[in-house]
Design a protein around this ligand. Structure first.
Ligand code: TXA
Ligand code: MG
Length: 338
C-alpha cells in the first residue's frame, strides 16, 4: 500500500522527527533558500539510492552535500583549495556550491561515480537547524521529479513526491527560487561556473583573478560530449507544456503572437501588457523576482494545461544568467529571435 507523505512543520519537535527519519535512512523534502531539496544521509548508500529512485534521476548525476558549517568540509573532502576557504568566508552560508575532491566518507553513489563532491552550507534557518539537530551531512538534489521544474514551495514537493518519501518540511516559499551557483576550481586563483545562480560572476570576481562561465551554461551539450557537471547534459526544468524562449522587444513579441497560435498558447512576460494577443502570466520585472518566480510560473502553466508557452527571454546579466540558463533548458534550446 502506498504510504502518505507527512507534511511536517518547523518546530524542534517536528525537526527531530525528520532528523530521526533521516538517521534511519528515510528521505525527507526540505526547504532551502534556493529551492526545496530531497534530503538523505549523504554517507548512507541505501538512503541515497532512495533519493535517485524517488526522482527518477540518472545514477551518474551527483548530489550536493549540505553541511551545517563550512569547517565540516574537512571531514568529507581530501583537499580544500585556499580559495574555497576564502570564498566560504563571504558566501557560506548561502547559495554557493563548491566542487572539491571527495574522501571515502562520501560513497560513490552520492558523487555519481565522480571523485569530487559539491559542498554547500545552506542559509535557510530551518535547514540549518535540521543539519544541527541531525548531525548529518545531508545529500540533497532539488526535490522535483527528474527533468521537471524545481520546487519552490512544500506543495510542489508534495505534488511530485507524495507517497514516495517519508515527509516534507514546510518552510514556506524559497527566497531565491533558483538553485545554488555551482563552481569548480581552475588553478589557484580562478574558478569555473558550472551552473549559474544568485552568487554571480561579478560577486566571485571580487575574490578571484578569473571566473570562467562554462560553455554548457548557454549552449546545448552534444550527445556523448564530456561535461564538467553531469547535470548539464540532461533535459531539465521542463513543464509538460512546450516552452519557447522569445528574444526581442515586447512590441515585436506582440506582433509575432498576433497570428493563429497552437492550442492553449500562453505567454510568460515581465510585466502586464494591454491588448496582448494571447493569455499570459507575469514573472517579475527584475532578475531577482524572475528567479524567485520562474519555476512556480512554469508549474502554474501546467496546472492550467498550457500547451505552448512563449517566454519573454530574460537578461543574461547578473542573476539573469541563472534565469536564462533554466529557461533555455526548459525550452530544450528552442529560441525564436524576432
Ligand atoms: O540550490 C541547490 O543547489 C539545491 C538545493 C536543494 O541545495 N540543490 C540542487 O541539487 O540543485 P541538484 O542535484 O538538483 O543539482 C546539482 C547540480 C547538478 O547539475 C549536478 O550535476 C551538479 O550540481 N553537481 C553536483 N555535484 C557535482 C560534482 N561533484 N561535480 C560537478 N557537478 C556537480
Ligand atoms: Mg535539480
Amino acid at each position: 500500500m502506498k504510504r502518505e507523505t507527512l507534511l511536517l512543520g518547523t518546530s524542534d519537535t517536528e525537526l527531530l522527527k525528520a532528523a530521526s527519519a533521516l538517521r534511519c535512512g528515510e528521505v525527507v523534502g526540505i526547504p532551502t533558500e534556493t529551492v526545496y531539496g530531497l534530503a538523505a544521509d549523504a554517507t548512507n548508500e541505501e538512503a541515497v539510492r532512495k533519493v535517485f529512485a524517488a526522482k527518477g534521476r540518472p545514477a551518474d548525476n551527483p548530489l550536493i552535500v549540505h553541511l551545517a558549517d563550512f569547517s565540516l568540509a574537512e571531514k568529507y573532502t581530501s583537499y580544500i583549495p585556499p580559495l574555497a576557504k576564502k570564498l566560504a568566508e563571504s558566501f557560506c552560508p548561502g547559495p554557493l556550491t563548491m566542487v572539491m575532491p571527495k574522501n571515502d566518507r562520501i560513497p560513490s553513489v552520492t558523487s555519481g561515480g565522480l571523485d569530487t563532491v559539491g559542498i554547500r552550507v545552506p542559509s535557510h534557518p530551518v535547514m540549518h537547524r535540521l543539519l544541527e539537530i541531525s548531525g548529518l551531512a545531508i545529500a540533497a538534489p532539488s526535490a522535483n521529479r527528474s527533468g521537471y521544474p524545481s520546487p519552490t514551495a512544500a506543495r510542489h514537493v508534495m505534488d511530485d513526491m507524495n507517497g514516495k518519501i517519508f515527509g516534507v518540511i514546510d518552510g514556506g516559499p524559497c527566497e531565491f527560487g533558483v538553485e545554488s551557483t555551482v563552481i569548480s576550481f581552475d588553478g589557484e586563483s580562478s574558478v569555473r561556473i558550472l551552473r549559474p545562480g544568485c552568487v554571480t560572476r561579478n560577486m566571485l570576481l571580487d575574490f578571484c583573478d578569473d571566473v570562467i562561465i562554462d560553455k554548457a551554461i548557454l549552449s546545448e551539450v552534444a550527445a556523448g560530449e564530456k561535461v564538467a557537471s553531469p547535470g548539464m547534459k540532461y533535459k531539465h526544468y521542463s513543464p509538460r507544456a512546450n516552452v519557447i524562449l522569445v528574444e526581442g522587444s515586447i512590441e515585436a513579441m506582440k506582433k509575432y503572437l498576433s497570428r493563429p497560435l497552437p492550442f492553449q498558447s500562453y505567454a510568460l512576460l515581465y510585466e502586464a501588457q494591454e491588448d496582448f494577443p494571447c493569455p499570459y502570466l507575469t514573472y517579475g520585472s527584475n532578475s531577482f523576482d524572475q528567479a524567485r518566480l520562474v519555476f512556480q510560473r512554469l508549474r502554474e502553466l501546467d496546472d492550467i494545461r498550457a500547451g505552448t508557452v512563449y517566454v519573454q527571454a530574460p537578461s543574461k546579466q547578473g542573476v539573469g544568467l541563472a534565469v536564462y540558463n533554466r529557461l533555455i533548458r526548459a525550452a530544450g534550446f528552442e529560441v525564436i529571435r524576432i
